[in-house]
Design a protein around this ligand. Structure first.
Ligand SMILES: [Zn+2]
Length: 475
């Protein structure tokens, strides 16, 4: 009896310590106690492996988690069923933490260090299951801190679908959902721990569709007109164009429909293109040249052509005022180590990458701060970064040397290696949000920086135009 009472008092004392949330240490300790809960959530989303705009279970799980913690939920925002905003608190400042949860088609993989499909249509090859979960964990940790310190203001989690090619956030920005936000924070899975002022390329993507006439390819070819000829002619022209575009530009395509059988002249063919560069004006120009090539291809092959814009994102505008605070907090949180089992797993992955030794310092340490980190991907966070001051980080959720969008990324993301990286991100986002809440001058500084960088005459024009969300782009 006595023992129980003492135990209760001790545990009450311990709980109240956790509830106290006075110092950064208190906040981090509390997050550590929730490790299993968030690992579980991320594991579930990794298993669901839902593609862009189809993330029903993943979105519902994060909504449920946030609702249980006292957040109010607005779902189906910006005309997207799997997009949502979860909010706690009231008034200003308003801090947004972005979360993603879409998987990539065709990259199903078990959590093993050799290439083995899980038999699904998609896999989390960009680690967005970790992204959504860490950001949820951070939003909840910030809420706990606000509650414990009677902090005024609002913490919001933005549930952002279809980052991979679907440009989900662009519709949310276009809808004005960030209009009252002071600062936005995000992160991304990666193979090192860094909070440098990273860049990302502006991007436009479209599906070009060619229409011809089908006929027996051997018996009456003269009666046919091949839609595939249209696609191939367009590709030939674009491939020649590569010699005469800016060095840093990127153009890539896949033929999503090239006909069904060699003995039938295809009356329909489709090619899906991406164009990228670190300046959106260059992307707009290159995309125009692409459409000219498509028109020329149709003219020359006697086909007809139309195209559908699929995605379009701004380049990323780093905010140095916020970014240095993010870096300081990542340094406080620090890197992490592998258990012997994790090390074995990592070394096997490293061998599949054709490397000799796992570069462990990328996991255990934090990369030095750089004000201009190069990156060649694109992200719809770009559009958010033009709307509000935005800062981010990446953590070592993958074995160093792993490329995003690879089976090795899916594999590590489904193990404790990924979950350790995830919690490192959750902690850093939490501490950074707290610093921003406590320092209104920092918000002013970040806003002034944004205004200066985007220029006085800046007007937001979404690169994907006025189209409705491409909800079926993965169908
Ligand atoms: Zn990604």
């Amino acid at each position: 009896m006595k023992k129980t009472i003492i135990f209760s008092i001790v545990s009450l004392f311990y709980t109240s310590l956790l509830l106290a949330q006075k110092t950064k240490e208190d906040v981090l300790k509390k997050l550590d106690t929730k490790n299993e809960i968030y690992t579980d959530i991320a594991q579930n989303i990794w298993n669901y492996a839902e593609m862009g705009y189809q993330e029903e279970q993943s979105s519902a799980l994060l909504q449920k988690t946030l609702k249980q913690e006292g957040f109010s939920i607005k779902k189906g925002v910006a005309g997207i069923p799997t997009a949502f905003i979860a909010e706690y608190g009231s008034g200003t400042p308003v801090i947004a933490i972005l979360g993603e949860y879409d998987a990539l088609p065709g990259l199903s993989q078990k959590a093993t260090p050799k290439k083995e499909s899980l038999g699904k249509d998609a896999g989390h090859a960009c680690g967005h299951h970790l992204f959504g979960t860490a950001s949820t964990a951070a939003a909840i940790a910030v809420k706990d801190w606000m509650k414990s310190n009677a902090q005024k203001g609002t913490i919001r989690f933005y549930g952002c679908p279809a980052e991979e090619g679907g440009s989900g956030k662009v519709y949310m920005v276009r809808e004005g959902l960030f209009n009252d936000v002071d600062v936005a924070l995000h992160w991304h899975p990666g193979n090192h721990n860094a909070a440098s002022a990273g860049a990302a390329l502006a991007n436009k993507s479209a599906k070009f569709r060619f229409y011809g006439v089908s006929a027996h390819a051997a018996a009456s070819p003269e009666k046919g007109c091949s839609a595939l000829d249209g696609v191939e002619s367009m590709n030939a022209m674009v491939n020649m164009m590569r010699e005469h575009i800016p060095q840093e530009a990127r153009i890539h395509y896949v033929i999503t429909d090239g006909g069904k059988a060699p003995n039938v002249v295809p009356d329909f063919a489709e090619v899906y293109y991406y164009v990228r560069h670190n300046k959106r004006d260059v992307v707009i120009n290159l995309f125009e040249r692409l459409t000219k090539a498509a028109e020329g291809a149709a003219l020359g092959t006697g086909t007809t052509m139309d195209y559908e814009m699929i995605g379009g994102t701004h380049e990323l505008l780093p905010n140095l005022s916020l970014q240095k605070v993010m870096h300081a907090n990542l340094t406080t949180v620090g890197g992490f180590t592998y258990t012997p089992e994790e090390q074995l797993f990592a070394d096997e992955i490293t061998r599949t990458l054709g490397l000799q030794k796992t570069a462990m310092q990328k996991v255990t340490a934090v990369a030095p701060y750089a004000t201009e980190a190069k990156a060649f991907g694109s992200t719809d966070v770009g559009d958010v970064s033009f709307a509000v001051p935005t800062a981010g980080l990446s953590t070592a959720t993958w074995v160093p040397g792993t490329a995003a969008h690879s089976w090795q990324a899916v594999a590590a993301g489904g193990t404790s290696i990924g979950y350790k990286g995830m919690m490192t991100a959750a902690k850093t986002l939490t501490l950074t949000a707290i610093d921003i809440f406590k320092n209104p001058a920092l918000i002013m500084e970040a806003k002034a920086e944004l205004e200066e960088k985007r220029g006085k005459d800046f007007k937001y024009i979404p690169l994907l135009g006025d189209r409705k969300p491409a909800l079926n782009y993965r169908n």
